[in-house]
Design a protein around this ligand. Structure first.
Ligand code: SF4
Ligand code: SF4
Length: 201
């Protein structure tokens, strides 16, 4: 179900919708704005608002400001905030669901979000090889924004890459992979089947 449509900057209908429809949204009422989540966030300085302020904005009904914010996309799912929140607010889940909502509502094109492109590159390697090969993930991510962007990003990091190779931190052989990749594919296919059954239920 989609949230209510409104042109108002402050629309409490949005706050109520998040409370009732976002997984963990009902716990937001318990947030006491202590700021432990934002203070514990390792990437807080990469976020425009951070989780504490985001929850206040949601409660104020600031739909557009929340769904166009980079806070929801820059969360790296470390769960520090969830572990430390004194009110057991599932911060991470809420932020992630807001990302989905931002896409569904047309506020964001996922192709424009670097974190989405990185997550896709990471998942591609994980499901193909059963491991994440840092070279392939990096290359896939770099070129996900186009050839020019990939070359630019690669050139910017070439000194770091060379230093890592010299120190043995970046290997040059075949990709890392699990032994039984056929078994891995069966597990993934089964997981997809279970997920599809859940969605259809
Ligand atoms: S740590 Fe929990 S209670 Fe404190 S501001 Fe963050 S979400 Fe709210
Ligand atoms: S889970 Fe996300 S919001 Fe929470 S501390 Fe980690 S990066 Fe920050």
């Amino acid at each position: 179900m989609s949230p209510p449509q409104s042109n108002r900057t402050y629309d409490l209908g949005f706050a109520r919708w998040v409370r009732d429809n976002v997984d963990g949204g009902d716990r937001m009422n318990m947030c006491m704005q202590c700021g432990v989540c934002s203070g514990s966030c390792p990437v807080g300085d990469q976020m425009d608002n951070g989780p504490r302020k985001t929850f206040m904005m949601i409660r104020a009904g600031m739909k557009e400001a929340v769904l166009t914010s980079d806070t929801i996309w820059n969360c790296v799912s470390c769960y520090n905030c969830v572990v430390r929140c004194p009110r057991q607010v599932p911060v991470t889940y809420i932020l992630h669901e807001l990302c989905t909502l931002a896409v569904e509502e047309g506020y964001v094109n996922p192709k424009d979000v670097e974190n989405v492109r990185f997550a896709k590159a990471f998942w591609w390697s994980a499901q193909k090889y059963g491991k994440t090969d840092e070279r392939l993930v990096t290359a896939k991510f770099y070129f996900s924004g186009g050839i020019g962007d990939g070359i630019k990003k690669g050139m910017a990091q070439k000194d770091t890459a060379m230093a890592m190779i010299k120190k043995g931190r970046l290997h040059l052989g075949m990709p890392y992979k699990v032994k039984n990749r056929g078994g891995l594919q069966k597990i993934l296919a089964k997981a997809k089947e279970i997920e599809a059954a859940k969605q259809g239920a």
